[in-house]
Design a protein around this ligand. Structure first.
Ligand SMILES: Cc1cc2nc3c(=O)[nH]c(=O)nc-3n(C[C@H](O)[C@H](O)[C@H](O)COP(=O)(O)O)c2cc1C
Length: 194
């Protein structure tokens, strides 16, 4: 399951959605109200994420990507009986991060994250903010203590990225690795030694 919030970096969610929808059978998607607005501001209207959020998916895409409304607390992922195997909140705003850390489950995105944690499934939080204040850091600590994994959207440069897509893929690759999903978004570091 992918949760998209109103932090900058909707392009990471778009790319993750693209790759997961090719690699796994079913991807749930939910965006916060601000997440959707920021995505509209940052992405091309033909991006997979915006097509999904505005009900413009092809039939074949619809069979894999299931979009839920932010306020749909009747959705399956709102219940521990149907918890997703894993949830990635990307990009994750400091607002949503704080509410998940506090167990404040007022919408489907926060509730699903809460369910994933209580069912001891994988919750990957991909924060995007800089600089970080002590409140942000404390909330991140609480989440990691509760079992979440923190994957800050911080691209590295040691792979000599050729363009912005390579920087995006660097972060998305880090997410896929935590989900144990193989990818070819960049070469493993040890391939240099062969
Ligand atoms: C263009 C834009 C970019 C933003 N970027 C960030 C960001 O990178 N990180 C962040 O924590 N908040 C960012 N915000 C602020 C959040 O959108 C705001 O705190 C919002 O209430 C988050 O709501 P949500 O967590 O329900 O999505 C941004 C807002 C706008 C309009």
């Amino acid at each position: 399951m992918i949760g998209v919030t109103g932090a900058s970096g909707s392009v990471y969610a778009d790319r993750l959605l693209e790759i997961l929808s090719e690699k796994i059978e079913r991807v749930y998607l939910v965006a916060s109200a601000t997440g959707e607005k920021v995505a509209k501001h940052e992405l091309h209207s033909d991006s997979l994420l915006l097509r999904a959020l505005s009900g413009r998916l092809e039939k074949s895409e619809k069979s894999v990507i299931r979009v839920f409304a932010f306020d749909d607390l009747f959705a399956p992922c709102a219940s521990g009986t149907s918890a997703p195997d894993a949830m990635v909140v990307t990009p994750c705003s400091m607002g949503t991060l704080s509410r998940i850390a506090a167990g404040n489950s007022g919408n489907l995105l926060e509730r699903s994250a809460d369910v994933v944690l209580k069912q001891r499934r994988k919750l990957l939080i991909c924060p995007r903010e800089t600089p970080l204040n002590l409140i942000h850091l404390r909330n991140m600590t609480s989440l990691v203590e509760a079992g979440a994994e923190m994957i800050p959207l911080m691209p590295g440069f040691y792979q000599h990225p050729k363009d912005i897509n390579a920087l995006i893929d660097f972060c998305v690759g880090k997410i896929l690795e935590q989900l144990a999903i193989s990818h070819e978004l960049y070469k493993p570091w040890n391939s240099r030694m062969r």
